[in-house]
Design a protein around this ligand. Structure first.
Ligand SMILES: [Mg+2]
Length: 360
């Protein structure tokens, strides 16, 4: 007897990842960028593109060796390891994919962030919705600080003037190298403008120096002070917070949700950077813990292209962050991608599905 086998082909509702590619970028900065622990003159990062048959999502890794513990070389090695774990997967199952990447390799948060952004970009495109709305849709625009890095008084005033002329409503002034000069710089900027001033010590001071400097600049109406002391000095952050009248925001002390738990009651808020957290999936947990604990939420960035800053802006808008510092592309001499809009001190995103990245 002859047997017949009937094969019926049903188009699959699931769309799988068919390719993942990346480009290493090296873009000189318009001028050296100086903070307490380093001076940078070139941005080095990796742009990742993940595609299904129908959609392509973009992501970016902006490794900051002294903060995230990764480099361009380690990001590329991580991406090579992750690629076979992604091909053939359903890109919408972001939580499961990120859990698998985390189980496979400790660290390399910026490589994981790049994949996470690309997956969320695909999700947004599939839903035909801007990512910010999928993440909560709480804001349409957010005030961003523009950064005055470290330099002499003359440089500080010239640079601050330039940023104010560009519409800055908030100046983030880098401090942490020279206490006397820092106080003079803040005093001079306050004399020049009524704009909000926040300061960032990038771990540069001891507790004693931080206490002294912050007390001296209290009278200049400082919005908050970011990470004035070393990252591991969690208990000293609490002492600082109890002794000065400027709110304290943790940055280098907080990378992931476990760090947020450790900081409850010790700082007024946290600076979430998607390059530290390994992307949006982990950052959502961080934001939930911080909100529940009554902490302020700031969304920050590294030096990044529009791809990373767009992800940060969508996230900040979606969850309704309290503060944003999303100016990481300002000093790049080239913008190979567009995705974020800046106008009169505010960041917003174009009305496009997903992250809305446009390669130039
Ligand atoms: Mg900071």
């Amino acid at each position: 007897m002859r047997k017949f086998i009937l094969v019926i082909l049903i188009p699959s509702a699931m769309e799988e990842i068919v390719s993942m590619n990346w480009d290493v970028l090296e873009i000189p900065l318009r001028k050296p960028f100086k903070i307490a622990f380093e001076t940078m003159d070139t941005y080095r990062g990796v742009i990742v593109k993940i595609c299904t048959e129908k959609y392509c999502g973009y992501g970016e890794a902006a490794p900051a060796p002294r903060i995230t513990g990764d480099t361009v070389a380690s990001v590329v090695a991580a991406l090579e390891r992750f690629k076979p774990m992604l091909i053939g997967r359903n890109p919408i199952k972001i939580g499961k994919i990120m859990d698998d990447l985390n189980s496979s390799l400790l660290g390399t948060p910026s490589a994981k962030a790049a994949i996470d952004f690309a997956l969320f970009d695909i999700l947004g495109q599939k839903m035909d919705t801007p990512l910010k709305d999928l993440l909560g849709g709480k804001k349409e625009k957010i005030e961003t600080s523009l950064t005055v890095d470290i330099g002499d008084l003359n440089y500080t005033l010239q640079h601050a003037r330039k940023l104010l002329d560009a519409g800055a409503k908030v100046l983030k002034v880098k401090i942490g190298l020279n206490p006397e000069e820092d106080v003079e710089r803040i005093k001079a900027i306050r004399k020049m403008t009524d704009a909000k001033i926040r300061v960032d010590g990038n771990q540069g001071y001891s507790l004693k120096t931080a206490m002294k400097v912050l007390k001296e600049i209290e009278k200049y109406d400082i919005e908050f002070a970011e990470q004035p002391i070393p990252a591991h000095e969690i208990d000293n952050l609490k002492i600082l917070r109890e002794n000065v009248d400027i709110p304290i925001i943790a940055d280098e002390s907080v990378h992931n949700s476990l760090d947020v738990l450790r900081l409850i009651g010790k700082v007024d808020g946290i600076n979430i950077k998607l390059m530290k957290s390994g992307g949006i999936y982990e950052a959502m947990k961080m934001a939930s813990i911080a909100r529940t604990a009554g902490m302020k939420i700031m969304i920050g960035c590294m030096i990044e292209t529009h791809v990373g800053i767009a992800a940060g802006t969508h996230f900040a808008l979606g969850i309704g962050a309290d503060y944003a510092d999303l100016d990481g592309y300002w000093d790049l001499t080239k913008q190979p991608y567009l995705g974020v809009k800046y106008k009169d001190g505010y960041n917003s995103v174009p009305d496009k599905a997903g992250l809305g990245i446009i390669p130039q």
